[in-house]
Ligand binder design. Structure first.
Ligand SMILES: Nc1ncnc2c1ncn2[C@@H]1O[C@H](COP(=O)(O)OS(=O)(=O)O)[C@@H](OP(=O)(O)O)[C@H]1O
Length: 385
């Protein structure tokens, strides 16, 4: 099964590595200027932004990290923040009325075929939403993972109104994230039989160590083809697609890509460990960042810190754990990239304005929360741009 997976990835990756664009968005309505009722370039504030046809413009985007607790964060924000309007599924045939992941900016074909109106149709009319203080939200954690494509599309979509957007990111120890991603993937395959029968999926369930080893091997092969080293900041861009599970933890380059388009004062970071350690504080920080208030705690209401959406919790598949050896190998693989992340967060342009909580100021970040164990090597910004 691993081979089936890998060959699919390779086909995609070859297209990406050869520099060919898989999709052509020219002429798509996705790229036409967005018409907003208010003057362009309004500063960050706490009033609803309405499109010219009277819809709430999504302005709060939880862009990552996939498998870092974004479902809990989204749920807590819905339950505890004032004026927080989730996306509503108005697509014909949609079964649910609430959507966490709209998946627009990461789906080139969807953007090209369905266009901007499809995206905006997920948000309520301003009249219905109330007079002010309403934030449309799109919580699609894949956006950060696919930063090289998404950031530019998103910036083009918001265009002159880019200052209305706030981006939230939860970081997680990349090795832990890798394991969570793997278990999620196995669970999805077993549940849906995606691409092959459930029986055959069960018989061929990949083992997490084998998968990790294979991912590392494939990336190393790619590094050879590309003539770069394992510590290169270009690894994400040049070899990321060859091993999506590994790519997900290369946070520095994902953030750098977004920072090319979005000012850091519109971005807020937290870590899953910090969020779980003190969820109430994290939520207060999110409220502060968005300029909104916390809803008065209703009786029985509680933050969602205990929520787990693992494969095991749904009883579908047993969650696999990495062996200490593979866990250490992944830690070593990620270490230079995490050092780049910490260096990025300490650069004056970023640390001076990015809302990083609860490790504010940025220098107070606990390296262990993002997977760095042991003494820190001197931080370097080299090659980050
Ligand atoms: N409150 C809280 N406390 C501890 N752990 C939590 C919490 N909320 C989410 N999680 C863990 O986060 C993982 C799921 O992350 P996401 O919700 O971002 O997944 S997804 O990308 O939306 O599929 C998944 O991690 P794993 O259990 O390691 O798979 C969840 O268990």
């Amino acid at each position: 099964m691993l081979r089936i997976l890998v060959s699919g990835m390779v086909a995609k990756t070859h297209a990406a590595l050869n520099g060919t664009s898989l999709y052509d968005l020219r002429g798509a309505s996705a790229l036409q200027p967005l018409q907003i009722a208010e003057p362009a370039g309004r500063p960050l504030g706490r009033t609803t932004v309405c499109t010219a046809d009277g819809r709430v413009l999504p302005s709060v985007l939880i862009i990552g990290v996939q498998k870092a607790g974004t479902t809990s964060l989204y749920s807590d924000m819905r339950g505890h923040l004032q004026g927080f309007t989730p996306a509503t599924a108005v697509e014909a045939g949609a079964k649910s009325t609430l959507v966490k992941e709209v998946h627009y900016f990461d789906k080139a074909q969807r953007m090209a075929r369905k266009g901007r109106d499809f995206y905006l149709a997920h948000y309520p009319p301003c009249d219905a939403a109330g007079t002010s203080d309403v934030y449309g939200v799109d919580a699609t954690p894949n956006y950060l993972l696919e930063a090289h494509f998404v950031a530019e599309q998103m910036a083009a979509f918001f265009a002159a109104h880019i200052r209305s957007v706030r981006l939230l990111i939860v970081l997680r120890d990349p090795t832990e994230r890798f394991a969570s991603f793997f278990n999620h993937f196995v669970h999805t395959q077993l549940e849906t039989g995606n691409g092959y029968s459930q029986a055959s999926a069960r018989a061929r369930t990949p083992q997490i160590d084998e998968y990790a080893r294979h991912s590392l091997e494939r990336v190393r092969l790619c590094l050879g083809w590309k003539g770069i080293t394992e510590t290169s900041p270009r690894l994400y861009e040049l070899c990321g697609n060859i091993a999506p599970a590994l790519k997900g933890g290369l946070y520095a380059q994902q953030l750098v890509t977004f920072l090319r388009f979005f000012p850091p004062d519109q971005m807020m970071l937290t870590t899953s460990r910090s969020y779980v350690r003190d969820t109430t504080r994290a939520m207060a920080d999110v409220a502060d960042f968005l300029g909104t208030g916390l809803k008065p705690a209703s009786r029985g209401a509680r933050l969602d810190a205990s929520r787990q959406n693992t494969a095991t919790s749904r009883g579908v598949a047993e969650k696999q754990r990495l062996s200490p050896v593979l866990s250490a190998e992944l830690d070593a693989f990620y270490a230079p990239h995490t050092l780049q992340l910490l260096a990025l967060l300490k650069t004056p342009q970023v640390s001076g304005s990015m809302r990083s909580t609860p490790f504010h100021p940025v220098t107070a970040i606990d390296p262990a929360d993002v997977g760095l164990h042991g003494p820190l090597a001197p931080l370097t910004r080299r090659g980050l741009q």
